[in-house]
Design a binder for this molecule. Structure first.
Ligand code: NAD
Length: 332
């Protein structure tokens, strides 16, 4: 990673949503996210406190996620949030833009569309967790949730293990076609199942919902499962039984977020686990802490979504867009 357009020689780089989709693939996102998790564990990259506010208009949640990677030399923020009414306007309900600054001067370097990048960096996060924590012989993938993010999650996850089948559950079953069409395209058998049946079959489970109550009972999860909880990114949200975190080895992208806005917030509040029980996945990537230690162990990844992930993928997208002649430029 290095910051794009280092001397601002052409002006400020602009990378549109469409260009992000053209230049930035899943492999690039995986590498960028794995590298930044590693840097966070080495304390060379820092996330700054998150701001997230209900603005009292359009039911919107708006905020900033920012940070600095002092080895990758990436400084900036992602600003945006969640506008639930956007679907009716033909827009995605998550809206965001990444702003990158020159760490040497503070000058604005780049504006990068953040919607597609949010989806692929979130999918890369669970994919990194699967790569490092799931059993090598995992062959059934379970998807809980079938909204906008889920399709990106599915595509990234199936690249990590030799999955033979996908089982899925969604609150509104009709949305499961979002996932079924991808499985058809990939030649993977797909089955709509109950939540309990999903847990009985799946070796790897991804939860990617906006639920505020546990959807998965701890007793349903079989030994050896890897579960990536990706939907819980706000105080009060919850996807799995808090007791599952006491039964599993728990990993996260970032401890502070995990215990306050992530899936672990409930197990911590109920004193089922301590912060010391949660392992930053960067430590596993760096080889300083063990990942999965047995085939029977349940591993749980609490993927809360950190600003540095956004900055990492935006920085790579800007570099790729510039290298491929697809960036635009302007001067303030
Ligand atoms: P979406 O609105 O497109 O889909 C929402 C999904 O949640 C649907 O599958 C819906 O059926 C399900 N759902 C909603 N309420 C539910 C309930 N009470 N019980 C069960 N299922 C319920 O949203 P999306 O863009 O797919 O995002 C899904 C979630 O992921 C959101 O909560 C979002 O905040 C979160 N998210 C997390 C990260 C991260 O980095 N961890 C990044 C982006 C989005």
């Amino acid at each position: 990673m290095s910051h794009s357009n280092q001397n601002n020689s052409k002006g400020i780089t602009v990378v549109s949503e469409a260009v992000c989709q053209q230049v930035m693939g899943r492999a690039d996102a995986f590498t960028a996210v794995e590298n930044v998790f590693s840097a966070m564990a080495r304390d060379t990259a820092y996330n700054f406190p998150v701001i997230r506010e209900a603005i009292g208009h359009a039911d919107a949640l708006y905020g900033f996620k920012s940070g600095f990677d002092r080895v990758g030399m990436v400084l900036g923020l992602k600003s945006g949030g969640y506008w639930p009414g956007n679907i009716d306007k033909g827009l995605t309900n998550h809206q965001s833009t990444v702003i990158l600054f020159d760490p040497d001067t503070g000058k604005l370097n780049a504006l990068v569309g953040g919607n597609y990048l949010t989806a692929i960096r979130t999918a890369a996060s669970s994919a990194v967790s699967i790569a490092h924590l799931a059993r090598q012989d995992a062959n059934v993938l379970g998807m809980v949730g079938a909204g906008h993010q889920s399709t990106f999650q599915l595509r990234a996850a199936v690249e990590q293990r030799n999955f033979k089948k996908v089982v899925a559950w969604n609150k509104e079953p009709e949305k499961l076609t979002n996932l079924a069409v991808i499985c058809e395209e990939l030649g993977l058998p797909f089955e709509s199942v109950s939540r309990e049946a999903l847990c009985a079959q799946a070796d790897v489970i991804i939860t990617i919902t906006s639920a505020f109550e546990a959807l998965i009972d701890q007793s349903w999860i079989k030994p050896g499962t890897h579960i990536a909880c990706m939907g819980t990114d706000t105080k009060g949200k919850q996807e799995v039984d808090a007791h599952l975190l006491a039964r599993a080895r728990v990993f996260t992208d970032e401890l502070t977020q995990s215990t306050t806005i992530g899936e672990a917030q409930h197990a911590i509040a109920e004193e089922l686990i301590n912060e010391a029980d949660i392992i930053p996945i960067g430590d596993v990537i760096n080889g300083t802490k063990a990942g999965r230690t047995s085939d029977d162990e349940i591993t749980l990844f609490d993927g809360t979504g950190v600003g540095l992930q956004d900055l990492a993928v935006a920085s790579v997208a800007a570099e790729l867009a510039e290298a491929k002649g697809q960036a635009s430029y302007f001067n303030l």
